[in-house]
Design a protein around this ligand. Structure first.
Ligand SMILES: C[S@@+](CC[C@H](N)C(=O)[O-])C[C@H]1O[C@@H](n2cnc3c(N)ncnc32)[C@H](O)[C@@H]1O
Length: 270
């Protein structure tokens, strides 16, 4: 019995590799956020929706060998890959378990609970934030990073092809039941827990490296089964086999740079 019937990005090995490439670009944003939130040596941390384990490994560095990161994901193959990667990178202070966020029951409260790009896929994120709050010790830290697409769309406004592709990806997420603007839900979730002054941060990935340029066509490819299933219009994007080259040409012609989905972060102490 699957823990979740539908997940818009799927759990294929191609998607696993895409998540790892995406995580390389997002790593500095998440490390800054977690350190700012106070994730520090010796802490016992829970990482929700760990995927390939990239956020887990950043947290494992922050907590050091005296600390520990427990990670959950609803997908068994992701858990196995994350476990393998953490071991290959030498992180002995991590453990991985298959569990859905709505069902997971820890035996002890955590010093901190973190997560990146996961509550956006959950129908009632505010209820889940309240559930996570219940798993924290008094004084513990809740630190969550979720997407906000409006900055990305704005930063693509002068690039017609890039904007069109970004809009299709945006619509595919929404058609697949995922939220694309999480700032209100995050804020309201913290308030519902009685955390009346969450610290808020937003950071937009920008740059012109091959890695950041590739994230958008990569994401579109990952969303393609859902785009087809939902009958979204893509004819205006032209030949998909040449899309990546045309996106690069547009950046070169405009002498401009690429952006990607911004991360809105909220953190507070219980
Ligand atoms: C976009 S990936 C992000 C992975 C990782 N946090 C990162 O930022 O690289 C979302 C992950 O959340 C997991 N996920 C989605 N819904 C979940 C749920 N209800 N419980 C646990 N994991 C979930 C998916 O299986 C997937 O691995």
């Amino acid at each position: 019995m699957p823990l979740q019937a539908h997940y818009v990005l799927g759990h294929t090995s191609v998607e696993q590799q895409r998540l790892i490439r995406q995580a390389r670009v997002l790593a500095p944003l998440t490390e800054r956020f977690l350190r700012d939130a106070g994730i520090s040596p010796g802490m016992r941390v829970l990482d929700i929706g760990c995927g390939m384990g990239d956020v887990t490994m950043i947290a494992a560095q922050c907590v050091g060998t005296a600390g520990h990161v427990t990670s959950i994901d609803l997908d068994q193959a992701s858990i196995e890959t994350a476990q393998r990667r953490a071991a290959a990178f030498g992180f002995e202070n991590t453990s991985f378990h298959r569990a859905g966020i709505a069902e997971y029951l820890p035996s002890n409260p955590f010093d901190a609970i973190i997560g990146r790009l996961v509550l956006q896929f959950i129908p009632d994120p505010i209820a889940i934030i309240k559930r996570l709050y219940g798993m924290l010790r008094p004084g513990g830290i809740l630190a969550l990073q979720e997407p906000t697409w409006k900055l990305w769309l704005t930063y693509s406004a002068h690039l017609p092809l890039r904007l069109s592709v970004t809009k299709v990806a945006h619509d595919a997420f929404q058609a697949g039941g995922a939220s694309t603007e999480m700032e209100q839900q995050l804020y309201q979730g913290f308030i519902a827990c009685g955390l009346h002054a969450p610290q808020l941060r937003v950071e937009l990935p920008l740059g012109n490296s091959p890695e950041i340029r590739s994230l958008l066509p990569d994401l579109l490819a990952a969303l393609m089964p859902n785009i087809i299933a939902k009958g979204l219009t893509i004819g205006h994007l032209g030949d998909l086999n040449t899309l990546k080259d045309r996106l690069d040409q547009e950046l070169d012609t405009e002498n401009s740079f690429a952006s990607y989905v911004a991360l809105i972060g909220a953190f507070a102490h219980k």
